[in-house]
Design a protein around this ligand. Structure first.
Ligand code: EPU
Length: 418
C-alpha cells in the first residue's frame, strides 16, 4: 500500500484540466450492457472505479479497450447476468449494472451491497422502482435476485431522490414493453448525462424537471462517433477549494459552470474572486477566508460529495461556519482526522460547527473514503510542516492523476510505500 506525503504549499498558481465525470462514466458504461453492440465513449477518466466497471463488464462476457480516455465496449457477447460479491464489494457503484442486466435478460443477480464508510446505504428505492414497472426481487444468500414478472412499464413515484436508484430504473425500462413515467427523480447532471447517452443510442427518454418519461425502444444502436462524458463537477469543486485559499489562483479548464452554481456561490461568499468563461473558471483567493454555511442537498443543492473538501476552507476561516449533511448524515469520518491538525470542529448529529483557527499543524492521517481522502489532501496542503495520509487507494478510485495535477500547481506532494 502507498501513503501520500505533503508539505505545506502556498501561492499555488496554474491551470488544471478537469477530467470526465466518474459518476457519469459508471452508469453510462453499465448502459452499454443493455443492448448488444459496440459503444465508444470519450472523456472517460482513467481511475480505478472505471477499471473495476470495465472488469465487471468483462466478467459478464463483454470486451473493451481503454486508451487515452477513450473506451470502446463490445457488449455483443454478454451472456451472464450476475454481479458477483468480489466486484460489488470493491465498488458499491457496481449496482448500476442491475438495471441494464434486467433490460437485457429480464433477470439479474446482484451481490447485496453493504453499507460503507459514508453510512448505511440501502437499495429499497431501486427495488420499489423495479417493482412498479414489472419486476420482482427476492433476497437469497446475500444476493438480490430480480426478474421480470409482467410486461415492463408503468408509473413510479420515488419516496426520495436516489441517483443510482433512478438510473437503474431508467435502464430497466428503456427497452420495456410500454411507457414508463418516473416522478420525484433526482436532477443530478450525471442522471441527465445517462439519459443523453441512451437517447444518443436511439432511446426515447424525456426529462421535464423531476419527471422522466421513457417511451419503450425495441433496440439501441450507437452512432459511429464517440459519446463525450461530461466533466467531473466534484473534481472541479475539489480544486476550486484550493483556489479559495489566500495567495492561490487556479484556472479550472474543461468544466461546465452550470453544474457548479451552488458551490460557486459558496466560494464567492468566502471572499474569493471567480471569473467564469465558456468552459473554464478562474478562482483567486481573497485576503482572508470569510465563514460560510452549507447544507447538502439533491441537485441543484450543494453536493454531499463536496462537503468534506469545503470543510477544509472553513478550518482557516475568519469565524464560525456551519455544515449540515442532509444526504448521508454520518458522512463526517474526516472530522476526527482534521482535529489531529488542530482544527476546531464540533459535531452534533448531522451538523458540524467549524471555528476557524489561525493555523494548522501537519500530522499523520488516515483516509476512509474517496471524498474524505480528497479533504485530507487539501488539509495537508494548508497545514504547516509535513502531513502523511495513509490508505490513499481510496483517492485513486475517483481522481485521475491527482498528484500530477497538484504538483503542476506547486504542491509539494509525493508517494511512499506504507
Ligand atoms: N437511499 C435510500 N434507499 C435507496 C437508495 C438511497 O434510502 O434505495 C438514500 C441514501 O441512504 C442517501 C440518499 O438516499 O441518504 C441518496 O443516496 P443515492 O442513492 O442518491 O446515492 P447513490 O446513488 O448510492 C450517488 C453517487 C455518490 C453520491 C450520491 C449522492 C454514484 C456512483 N454515486 O450514490 O457518489 O454521494 O449519489 O449524491 O453516482 C462519490 O462519488 O464519492 C459518491 C459517494
Amino acid at each position: 500500500m502507498e501513503k501520500i506525503i505533503i508539505e505545506q504549499s502556498k501561492e499555488l498558481n496554474g491551470e488544471v484540466v478537469i477530467s470526465g465525470s466518474k459518476n457519469s462514466s459508471l452508469p453510462i458504461l453499465a448502459a452499454t450492457i443493455l443492448y448488444s453492440g459496440t459503444y465508444k465513449l470519450s472523456n472517460v477518466p482513467d481511475i480505478s472505479d472505471v477499471r473495476t466497471m470495465l472488469k465487471l463488464i468483462e466478467s459478464l462476457g463483454g470486451k473493451y479497450s481503454f486508451k487515452n480516455n477513450e473506451v470502446v465496449v463490445d457488449s455483443s457477447e454478454i451472456s451472464h447476468y450476475e454481479a458477483p460479491y468480489e466486484l460489488v464489494k470493491t465498488m458499491r457503484a457496481s449496482v448500476v449494472v442491475w438495471g441494464s442486466l434486467l433490460g437485457r435478460f429480464g433477470k439479474a443477480k446482484i451481490s447485496f451491497p453493504g453499507g460503507c464508510a459514508i453510512g448505511d446505504r440501502p437499495v429499497d428505492q431501486h427495488i420499489k422502482g423495479f417493482e412498479s414497472i414489472g419486476y420482482s426481487t427476492k433476497i437469497s444468500n446475500g444476493y438480490l435476485e430480480t426478474k421480470k414478472i409482467t410486461s415492463i412499464g408503468g408509473e413510479h413515484f420515488f419516496d426520495l431522490k436516489s441517483v443510482t436508484g433512478c438510473e437503474n430504473v431508467i435502464l430497466a425500462s428503456t427497452l420495456g414493453d410500454k411507457k414508463t413515467i418516473l416522478k420525484n427523480c433526482p436532477e443530478e447532471p450525471e442522471v441527465v448525462d445517462l439519459i443523453n447517452f441512451l437517447n444518443f443510442c436511439g432511446g426515447k427518454i424525456v426529462k421535464k424537471s423531476d419527471t422522466i418519461e421513457i417511451m419503450p425502444s425495441s433496440s439501441l444502436k450507437a452512432p459511429n462517433k464517440a459519446y463525450k462524458i461530461i466533466s467531473d463537477r466534484i473534481e472541479a469543486g475539489t480544486f476550486g477549494v484550493l483556489g479559495c485559499l489566500p495567495g492561490n489562483k487556479i484556472k479550472l479548464k474543461n468544466i461546465n459552470s452550470d453544474d457548479l452554481q451552488v458551490p460557486l456561490k459558496i466560494i464567492k461568499k468566502m471572499g474569493t474572486r471567480v471569473d467564469i468563461a465558456k468552459s473554464s473558471i478562474t478562482i483567486e483567493g481573497g485576503g482572508e477566508i470569510k465563514p460560510f454555511n452549507i447544507k447538502t442537498e439533491s441537485f441543484p443543492g450543494f453536493p454531499t460529495d463536496l462537503q468534506a473538501q469545503f470543510m477544509v476552507a472553513a478550518l482557516l476561516a475568519n469565524g464560525e461556519s456551519k455544515i449540515i449533511e442532509e444526504i448521508f448524515p454520518s458522512r463526517f469520518i474526516h472530522v476526527a482526522e482534521l482535529r489531529k491538525l488542530g482544527a476546531n470542529i464540533k459535531l452534533k448529529n448531522n451538523t458540524a460547527i467549524v471555528n476557524g483557527v489561525a493555523s494548522l499543524n501537519g500530522a499523520r492521517m488516515q483516509a476512509s473514503d474517496l471524498r474524505a481522502s480528497a479533504c485530507l489532501i487539501l488539509a495537508g496542503i494548508i497545514a504547516k510542516n509535513k502531513s502523511e495520509i495513509n490508505r490513499v487507494y481510496h483517492l485513486d478510485r475517483g481522481y485521475e492523476k491527482i498528484d500530477n495535477k497538484l504538483m503542476n500547481l506547486g504542491v509539494k506532494i509525493w508517494r511512499e510505500k506504507e
